[in-house]
Write a protein of this length. Sequence first.
Length: 206
Amino acid sequence: MDRRQYSASSQRNREPIAEVLLSRLPPIGTILEVASGSGEHAVHFAPLLPQYCWQTTNYEEDQIESVIDWIAHSPSPNLRMPLRLDTTESYWPVETGGYADMPITGIFNANMIHISPFEVCEGLLAGAGRILTAGGRLFIYGPFKVGGTQTAPTNETFDQWLKSRNPAYAIRDQEVVIDLASENGLAHLEAIPMPANNFLQIFEKQ
Ligand SMILES: C[S@@+](CC[C@H](N)C(=O)[O-])C[C@H]1O[C@@H](n2cnc3c(N)ncnc32)[C@H](O)[C@@H]1O
């Protein structure tokens, strides 16, 4: 049985995201992907980043299975099988060790903080603050409001759709996420505009 899932958006955004990761990741280490989703990002990025170890994770069981099957279908020696990770937990499975040779110098997270309650974003920033080594970087990809307003009419429509699905979901304010990151020892480096009115927000552990 093939349990691979498919995400049209990750097929579309993987090239522009890879370009940024290749130029902005710290030189070496493990990249922890929080919410690997289908697993398509992981199998695309890992072979492009052979000097890093790519640790996949997921919150939902069916998505863990999808990542396992994507890795089986498109193996790469630097890809690690998914761990179950809930950002809201105060202790993440990667904190038990196992990364002494390849410390976690990067965390990548795409399209999660608007499609989940705000606690999930708070948990992501708290975890990144605990886990990243000094100089390590957190990359958050997705749509953001800037200065309290949506950056495109399509994002306004998307935000209304998110809230109709769950009132706790919403496109987040860039400034709110930056302030929260700062409280967790993560300095904001860049907000890189990406296709389809998204951003890649980059933070560095102090
Ligand atoms: C729209 S999907 C994005 C998946 C993938 N990163 C991508 O770009 O295709 C949102 C993801 O957020 C995850 N998620 C929701 N709540 C979470 C939590 N508390 N901890 C970790 N991941 C969570 C979901 O399981 C899902 O994989």
